[in-house]
Design a protein around this ligand. Sequence first.
Ligand code: SF4
Length: 373
Amino acid sequence: MFSEKFNPRFIRSLLHSTPLSLAEVASLVNQYPLNLEQSAFLLSASDNAAACKLVIEAACKLRSARWQRRLFLMPPLYISDGDPGRGGCLDHCVYCPWRNGNIPIQHLKRLPPEAVAFEARHLLSLGYGDVELVAATDSKLLKAERAAEFVKAAKSAGAKNIGINLFPFRQPENYRQLVLAGCTFTIVWQETYQAGIYRKMHPKGPKANFNYRLNAHDRALIGGIKAVGLAFLGGLADWRFETLAAIAHAQYLKEEYGANIIFGMPRWKNGAGIPMKLAPNSYGDQEFEFVGALYSLAVPDSLLWFSTREHFDLSARCAKGGGCMFTLDCSTEVGGYTQKGGFAQFPVYTRSFGEGVKWLQQLGFDPKVNLPW
Ligand code: SF4
């Protein structure tokens, strides 16, 4: 399990690597897959614009050779924002507008499987091939049997790959049930790999258990899931530490299980009723682009997933070369593609399938509607 291998002290020690010269950076970027120490050396050069450029160009070249500018389109389909009898989401994440008690009760919504099938059919009719099912921590969805009904509903609508972004299940056996229902990937963002900050951000609720979440990908992969998504939420903690921790996590899952890796790239954005105010931190657009490039050099077969929290132009710039997942149509309201009156989890950019595909093609990308695995 990753919690037994994860060594924050070692990662912190790597952050004090001596900055490299430009010539050393130029040599190192060609030595992919980079190990953790090499990744830390490149991180130490991240405030040098010329070094950043070398890293970004090398990653773009690598992704272009590996993926021939293919991008994989993935719409999220929100199925529940919580339990109406218990204040909504059972969790209290400080940064999230869906945290317990924040959504007015009249706006809480849970879709039944038939409505999920309807939403999925709508997305597929636009041209998509895969969907990601997303929900808050809902007591009804803590049981794999219930979650499997939603996966089956999306499958019956015709989706090829179905991912789940739900509260992680307890046993590998739970994931076996989901695989049998048609689930092919799971998304569990760790939010932060710094246990102390994690505790502050998740003061109570099921998500408060740091190690339970840290080991979620192990359980899913043991249960037969083939692709897993991991990420830190940019803005909560020191992005350099988080980046190295995410790389260590991905490399472990690859070595241990041969997992296909998706690196999420979410950055925190303010939303309705969030009390938290983050000090502006240094995880700006340049650092964001650099992190994506470093992920590609450290885990060359991985896909990056650019969130619609970001402006499309920034995501397209960071996705150069391909080898990335991309969202066009996006609603973070439950049932938000075919119904009105939901409560958005956070504000997003959205672009229609037809117009978005054309735009990506004009930029030289080759958008695909199914994941490559
Ligand atoms: S991030 Fe997820 S688990 Fe946390 S409050 Fe929001 S919906 Fe609930």
